[in-house]
Design a protein around this ligand. Structure first.
Ligand code: RUB
Length: 280
């Protein structure tokens, strides 16, 4: 894919989700660097891609590794790690799910979906509630994907989560960045975490270890106002943050490709910046 086309696909969310964005960009760099090497344009492209969706940390972590080790093998290793992590994550995550479970998920997380699909294949998941995820409706994408996979799926509005949580045995969501402050994920995940705690439902976060975020500062992406309201009115402000932070106290377990972690373990890893590099 050409650079301009890739940028467009990411910006308009046709390519969405932290892992898929990183994979698409690495595939672009595999092609580009194979032809031109790690020249000045590599850095320019890297910076531009990183800034398109600045909250998710996977692409940033991959680029930091690439900036240290500018080789095509590193690109391959990162792609392999990301592409293989889903299966490992699913294997670990499925162990947490009991028989005849009803789950609730939110937005579209390829990693949370990997766990749900595996648990369903093992005859554990019975039904999944998916909230639509306004304003960009990634939950609709999730619900179609699950239904096509053969899973009994119920699409609900975001506001209905409080009603249907009572019928669920667990909540499972993805991650854009795991930070000291908590898990960063689609706006509305925090609300779901609070809800899960209120109804004593386990709240699982799924994310590969390249989602561990060592950045000192991070920004919550603000999406275009027009995604919420097209008309402009005097005295009417529109805010459209794309992500929020769920503090670790709301999170029961974190499912990674390296195993199932507690919030405390993730906090330990965040304070050890060498962790993400050790297998590369
Ligand atoms: C997607 C989102 C996903 C995470 C994890 O937001 O919040 O839950 O990125 O996805 P957006 P994955 O649609 O705005 O990119 O598990 O695929 O990495």
């Amino acid at each position: 894919m050409k650079f301009s086309a890739l940028k467009k696909e990411i910006k308009n969310l046709r390519i969405q989700g932290a892992k898929e964005i990183a994979i698409a960009c690495l595939e672009f760099f595999r092609y580009y660097c194979n032809k031109h090497g790690f020249d000045k344009k590599f850095e320019k492209y890297a910076e531009e891609l990183e800034n398109l969706r600045p909250t998710a940390v996977v692409l940033h972590n991959c680029l930091e590794i690439l900036r240290r080790e500018k080789t095509l093998e590193t690109i391959e290793e990162l792609l392999e790690m990301l592409k293989n992590s889903g299966e490992k994550i699913a294997k670990h995550g499925s162990k947490l799910i009991q028989k005849r479970a009803t789950a609730m998920t939110y937005c579209h997380s390829s990693e949370a979906l990997a766990v749900i699909k595996r648990a369903w294949n093992e005859g554990k998941i019975e039904k999944v509630y998916v909230a639509e995820t306004r304003p960009k409706m990634q939950g609709v994408k999730t619900s179609k994907e699950l239904a096509k996979y053969g899973i009994e799926t119920v699409l609900i509005t975001d506001n209905a989560r409080g009603v249907f949580i009572k019928e669920c045995d667990l909540v499972i969501v993805g991650s854009d960045a795991m930070r000291e402050e908590g898990n960063v994920n689609k706006i509305g995940t925090f609300t779901l975490g609070v809800l899960a705690k209120e109804f004593k439902k386990p709240f699982y976060v799924v994310g590969n270890t390249l989602k561990i975020d060592y950045r000192k500062k991070f920004v919550i992406e603000e999406r275009p106002k027009a995604e919420v309201l097209r008309t402009r009115l005097k005295n009417l402000e529109v805010r459209n943050p794309a992500f929020d932070v769920t503090p670790w106290k709301y999170i029961t377990k974190i499912i990674t490709e390296k195993g199932i972690f507690t919030s405390k373990k993730i906090l330990d890893l965040i304070s050890n910046p060498k962790f993400i590099y050790y297998e590369l």
